[in-house]
Ligand binder design. Structure first.
Ligand SMILES: NC(=O)c1ccc[n+]([C@@H]2O[C@H](COP(=O)([O-])OP(=O)(O)OC[C@H]3O[C@@H](n4cnc5c(N)ncnc54)[C@H](OP(=O)(O)O)[C@@H]3O)[C@@H](O)[C@H]2O)c1
Length: 329
């Protein structure tokens, strides 16, 4: 009999999550049936979307999320014991799957690459950067791209793909350490948005002619400031709005209409899961190739221990992570 340690949503979030929103439980798993596998978590991800998605859970439900897991017992010949998989098992150390929703790592994954990258640069956040920038923004060489939460899992890949495509890249992040990292990985301009006197002036100085593409991870007031500085026919990918996720009141006012109209801007929200099948496989292959060639660098903020899942999640929402926030089980 396997006892699975599992984090549940004890109480819905009000404002910023706290420890009292979570509870660690032990769940007894039944014996495996034919076709099933038992998974043990190796790495788990904490992502901003969980702050929003948790509103749809019932109190007492397991927190949602992907993990890199190892098959530790198998009644399914497609996933023998020892297979490494990506699973949507949630915040749990052990889980049972019938194999249908399991995904193997992309082919060509070398032993030297951390498995946790499948939750970051060569996983959902990397794909978000890839499709948001290449498909939604339709970025072209020579253009100027602005990205915020730039030192995070998505933002850091956005900037590096933009550089690969021959763009000028401006990034905003919330600490000097993050700014130094952005410069190291090739951003043309990077600034600490918490320290600048005027965001408007800083953006103007970084690109006096304005911006062709804005990859928005933050939303709110930040976005309204960037949109005023978009060039004609600029494109805006609305990826996320993390500055608003812990709000308790009304949303801040929306995009400035004069700029949207007279600059003829295109602004589009998107969800990474829109791209499936071959295009997704190609994107993962490209991301893996760029990482192996050293064209995309990665950084992970690793929290040790499954018992620290809530702390890792809350820390990520506060900006403690440089690169992808990961929990090592
Ligand atoms: N559309 C999709 O399919 C999709 C998929 C994945 C992610 N997303 C979105 O993409 C964004 C980034 O996600 P991620 O996984 O890459 O997370 P991340 O950037 O690795 O971590 C979140 C970061 O957000 C920043 N942040 C927190 N509060 C902020 C605030 N009030 N103002 C500005 N920045 C703030 C912090 O960095 P600083 O220190 O720089 O403040 C923090 O490190 C999120 O909005 C997420 O919801 C969307």
């Amino acid at each position: 009999m396997v006892h699975a340690k599992t984090w549940i949503l004890k109480k819905h979030f009000e404002g910023s999550p706290t420890n009292s929103n979570f509870e660690l439980k032990t769940v007894e798993l039944p014996p495996l049936k034919n076709g099933e596998v038992l998974l043990e978590a190796l790495f788990l991800t904490v992502d901003p979307y969980m702050r929003i998605a948790a509103t749809k859970l019932k109190e007492g439900d397991v927190m949602m999320g992907q993990q890199v897991a190892r098959v530790v017992e198998s009644q399914n010949s497609a996933f023998p014991t020892g297979t490494i998989v990506l699973a949507h098992s949630g915040w749990t150390m052990h889980s049972i799957s019938d194999g249908k929703a399991l995904e193997k790592l992309p082919t060509g994954w070398p032993d030297t690459l951390p498995l946790s990258l499948a939750l970051g640069t060569v996983g959902m956040p990397g794909l978000t950067a890839y499709f948001g920038l290449l498909e939604i923004c339709g970025v072209k060489g020579g253009e100027t791209v602005m990205v915020n939460a730039a030192a995070g899992a998505v933002g850091s890949v956005v900037g590096q793909i933009a550089k690969l495509k021959g763009c000028k890249v401006v990034g905003a992040a919330g600490s000097d350490e993050k700014v130094a990292y952005l410069k190291k990985i090739g951003f043309d301009v990077a600034f600490n948005y918490k320290k600048v006197e005027s965001l408007e002036e800083t953006l103007k100085k970084a690109s006096p002619d304005g911006y062709d593409c804005y990859f928005d991870n933050v939303g709110g007031v930040f976005s309204n400031t960037v949109i005023r500085q978009m060039k004609k026919f600029g494109r805006i990918a609305i990826c996320g709005a993390i500055s608003t996720y812990n709000r308790t009141g009304e949303l801040p006012p929306g995009p400035p209409p004069e700029n949207m109209i007279y600059q003829q801007l295109r602004m589009e929200g998107f969800i990474v899961t829109t791209w499936q099948g071959e295009v997704r496989e190609k994107a993962l292959k490209d991301l893996l190739k760029w990482v192996l060639e050293g064209k995309i660098q990665y950084h992970e903020h690793i929290t040790e221990g499954f018992e620290n899942m809530p702390a890792a999640f809350m820390g990520m929402l506060k900006g403690e992570n440089l690169g992808k926030a990961i929990v090592k089980a």
